[in-house]
Design a protein around this ligand. Structure first.
Ligand SMILES: *Cc1c(COP(=O)(O)O)cnc(C)c1O
Length: 415
């Protein structure tokens, strides 16, 4: 192993970390699993699995309003989870963190509630070329419904957000900027704080899509000063089916409900219903109680690992993998920004990404192939999609070598 005694290795004991993730000990097609699809969904540590188990064995009940013991247990655990989320992203108050199904639902909540209440025909929303479909389609639905106009920030050939072009898009009609902090397809880390500052100079609120950033970077929503921030639990080593919408309290409090039902009401009569304040107003019906609790455990796992160690290891994996992949003839990397997370998208001359993915799979190597829910981004590069290897803190240098060997096989078979 290279760099065995480097500071990176000292910060993170990868073998010990790997033992925390049961699925990483498993085999696929008789080969040890090499999981390089973390940008799509990350694996879960034993502590998260145990927490879900304990919740259902010892604490399961519906939350809020219950006078009995279990209901109160579950309510406390659920509300404690909200506090953990708030601490993790440094929200000013837990009530600014709304539990949703995922990042997608969080964007839809803002589009439906804030969008319908605040936008009219001709108003403009700024997004970027590298957005995930989750941060494109909800705004297009609003465009079709209300007649708002979507403007798109271009990117450079290296996959970087063009700040000057962004600035130039603002007009008196701009009402929202909805932008990703990190691109799931290119790995680009965008200058989120600058992007927010520029919008705020024009009096325009900003929604940051943090679905990819949250698993790689420390997030401080107060420092970013973003108005909304969205992410999913499953990319942050937590359960599926749970996500978060952060919003500044005054903005959220002024927004009408998104869905109606139980838990979000103050008083209901057949004539008139009044709604509760935040966060309950936006959590109609029985929420994903265990999901929220499991997410909090995942966050605690990341906190205990520490971002410094995580980032040092991931960045060294990124550099080594980039160098080794570039030695493969005919391989081209898309997304070569100076600031990147450990996501590498690439194509190989004359080889369809899906075919490469299938051959790698036979060796137990999981990569993603296709458009990665960013079709307009690939149109920008004149492509249908790519092969994407995305690394988490539990990936190793040996796995990079296995990927490179696997790609050699792909070339021999298809090239
Ligand atoms: C994954 C992802 C989403 C969507 O997340 P879901 O969990 O599918 O809702 C949105 N934006 C980015 C940047 C992502 O990586």
């Amino acid at each position: 192993m290279i760099l065995k005694n480097s500071p990176t290795e000292a910060l993170l004991d990868v073998e010990a970390v790997r033992r925390d993730f049961p699925i990483l000990q498993s085999s696929v097609c008789g080969k040890p699993l090499v999981y390089l699809d973390n940008a799509a969904s990350a694996q879960k540590p034993q502590s998260v699995i145990d927490r879900l188990d304990r919740y259902y064995k010892e604490q399961n009940a519906n939350i809020h309003r219950g006078v009995h013991f279990l209901s109160q247990e579950a309510t406390v655990a659920y509300e404690d989870a909200r506090k953990v989320v708030a601490r993790f992203i440094n929200a000013a108050e837990p009530k600014e963190c709304i539990f949703t199904r995922n990042a997608t639902e969080a964007v839809n909540l803002v589009a439906s509630s804030w969008g319908r209440a605040n936008l009219k025909a001709g108003d403009e929303i700024i997004i970027s070329t590298m957005e995930h479909h989750a941060n494109i389609v909800p705004w297009q639905m609003l465009r079709d419904e209300l007649g708002v106009v979507i403007k798109v920030v271009p990117i450079s050939d290296t996959g970087e957000f063009l700040v000057e072009d962004y600035k130039a898009l603002f007009t008196a009609k701009t009402k929202l900027a909805a932008l990703c902090q990190v691109s799931n397809s290119l790995g680009t880390i965008n200058p989120a704080k600058v992007m927010v500052e520029i919008a705020h100079q024009q009096g325009v609120p900003v929604l940051l899509d943090g679905a990819q950033a949250i698993a790689h970077l420390p997030i401080d929503v107060q420092d970013l000063d973003c108005d909304f921030y969205v992410f999913s639990g499953h990319k942050l080593f937590g359960p599926t089916g749970i996500g978060v919408l952060y919003g500044k309290a005054d903005l959220l409090s002024a927004m009408p409900p998104y869905q109606g039902g139980g838990d979000m009401i103050d008083r209901v009569t057949f004539e008139k219903t009044t709604y509760r304040g935040i966060p309950e107003r936006f959590e109609a019906g029985t929420p994903h109680i265990s999901g929220a609790i499991g997410l909090a455990t995942a966050i605690e796992y990341v906190e205990q690992l520490g971002h410094e160690a995580m980032i040092a290891h991931e960045q060294s994996l990124l550099k080594e993998a980039t160098d080794k992949l570039l030695e493969i003839p005919g391989l081209r990397i898309y997304g070569t920004a100076g600031d990147k997370v450990s996501v590498i998208s690439f194509t190989m001359d004359g080889i369809h990404p899906n075919d490469a993915g299938t051959i790698l799979d036979a060796d137990g190597i999981a990569v993603r192939t296709g458009h990665h829910c960013t079709m307009p981004l690939w149109q920008r590069f004149g492509l249908e999609g790519s092969i994407r290897a995305s690394f988490a803190f539990y990936n190793t240098r040996e796995e990079i070598d296995l990927l490179v060997t696997g790609l050699g096989k792909v070339q021999k078979l298809l090239g």
